[in-house]
Design a protein around this ligand. Structure first.
Ligand code: SF4
Length: 194
């Protein structure tokens, strides 16, 4: 027998799906079918959420991978139910992973805000790399410490720090740490704890 909702509980239920459940319809097949329709004709790729070191497993569904002259497009991302860490769940940040790829506000070029300026401007990658290199060299040359107060050789650069983000791989962090140490940096932080 379908459950009889009270007038109060009927109005408390805000969605059509919930109302249908209360009226006795089993919505599981409908939900399952809508999910199947959503990912029909897609390619499933297993991956890892890049946002934090929990490293939850995700399934990424793309459409158009096998067609000629079509740019593959991610259409759905969800937690991997077979992954031992998250067993299909994702936190809100991981659940928004699709936006990491599709958001029109995603930055695709390096930007710089010049001293005194009130806005950011796009610059080319080559220009960004050149400018960063010039600033690193000048700062290091101006502030390099060869000996400490007791006259001991230290060869360090305390005026530059490096911090890595959660999307950096272990391999990237390994190279960064090698490079930064070769410049004499002591203030280095990254999520890989290299
Ligand atoms: S889903 Fe959340 S908890 Fe899992 S790796 Fe991504 S950010 Fe971390």
């Amino acid at each position: 027998m379908p459950m009889q909702p009270s007038r109060r509980s009927f109005f408390k239920i805000g969605t059509g799906g919930a109302i249908a459940s209360v009226l006795g319809f089993d919505l599981k097949p409908a939900y399952a079918q809508s999910r199947e329709l959503k990912i029909a004709r897609t390619t499933e790729t297993r991956s890892t959420c890049p946002y934090c070191s929990v490293s939850c497993g995700v399934l990424i569904y793309t459409i158009g991978d096998k067609a000629k002259n079509v740019t593959p497009q991610v259409i759905h991302v969800e937690g991997d139910p077979d992954h031992p860490i998250n067993r299909g769940t994702l936190c809100p940040k991981g659940a928004s992973l699709e936006q990491d790829i599709l958001n029109p506000r995603r930055l695709l070029k390096p930007q710089v805000r010049r001293p005194g300026s009130d806005h950011w401007e796009d610059i080319a990658w080559t220009q960004a790399i050149d400018e960063i290199g010039q600033r690193i060299k000048k700062t290091r040359d101006d502030t390099f410490i060869e000996k400490d107060a007791l006259g001991r050789t230290v060869n360090r650069c305390e005026s530059i720090a490096f911090t890595g983000g959660c999307t950096d791989t272990n391999e990237f962090n390994y190279l960064v740490v090698k490079t930064m140490r070769s410049l004499g940096l002591t203030y280095i932080e990254n999520q890989a704890r290299v």
